[in-house]
Write a protein that binds this ligand. Structure first.
Ligand code: FMN
Length: 175
């Protein structure tokens, strides 16, 4: 049977911290990587979106995300993947927020039965790499095979093709 894969990602457009200070990003860094990954692997693409949007302002978003982390919150998501059972490999993408994934990823990973599936995490960050995210994913999905994550500095998202291709090859994933 052909293996079927999904790229599911969370990404925030708006003001963010870059090499050149605070800048308005039209497309989120994780979104850029997610689209490249979907193209390279022939995966379906799904955006994880919260019902309550995050502020456009960077510092305000940091404050909201800190509070959600402290509360161990599970923000409500806008939509569900109807056919999750069909996928064997799920690429799960997110920015590093406060040293781990945004809490929306916790909601997402708790919403489905991922047992027996491969989860391939990818992350964009501002220098902190994946932080505690891989550890947290393992706790949320104990019955899944969690592959070592692809970690990309957000400023390099648009030029990450080679890093992505190398990671796919190293992890035995379809190119
Ligand atoms: C709320 C918030 C918290 C963040 N916390 C961290 C962090 O702890 N470590 C880090 O390396 N980068 C952190 N960043 C930077 C983002 O991980 C980075 O800019 C990422 O590429 C953003 O991806 P996106 O455009 O897909 O949302 C944070 C950004 C935001 C908005």
């Amino acid at each position: 049977m052909m293996s079927k894969s999904l790229v599911a990602y969370f990404s925030r457009r708006g003001k963010n911290y870059t090499n050149n200070g605070i800048a308005e990003l039209k497309e989120g860094n994780t979104e850029i990587v997610a689209k490249k990954l979907a193209g390279l692997t022939g995966s379906d693409l799904f955006e994880i979106e919260t019902v309550q949007p995050y502020p456009d302002d960077y510092q305000q978003t940091v404050a909201v995300s800190r509070q959600e982390l402290a509360d161990n919150a599970r923000p409500q998501l806008k939509s569900q993947v109807a056919n999750m059972a069909e996928y064997d490999v799920i690429y799960v993408g997110f920015p590093n927020w406060c040293g781990t994934m945004p809490m929306a990823l916790f909601t997402f990973l708790e919403s489905y039965d991922f047992s027996g599936k491969k989860i391939a995490p990818f992350c964009t960050h501002g220098g902190g790499g994946t932080g505690r995210a891989e550890h947290d994913i393992k706790k949320l999905c104990p019955q899944s095979e969690i592959l070592p994550a692809l970690s990309i500095n957000g400023d390099r998202a648009a030029n990450a093709d080679e890093e992505i291709t190398k990671w796919l090859a190293k992890r035995g994933l379809k190119k």
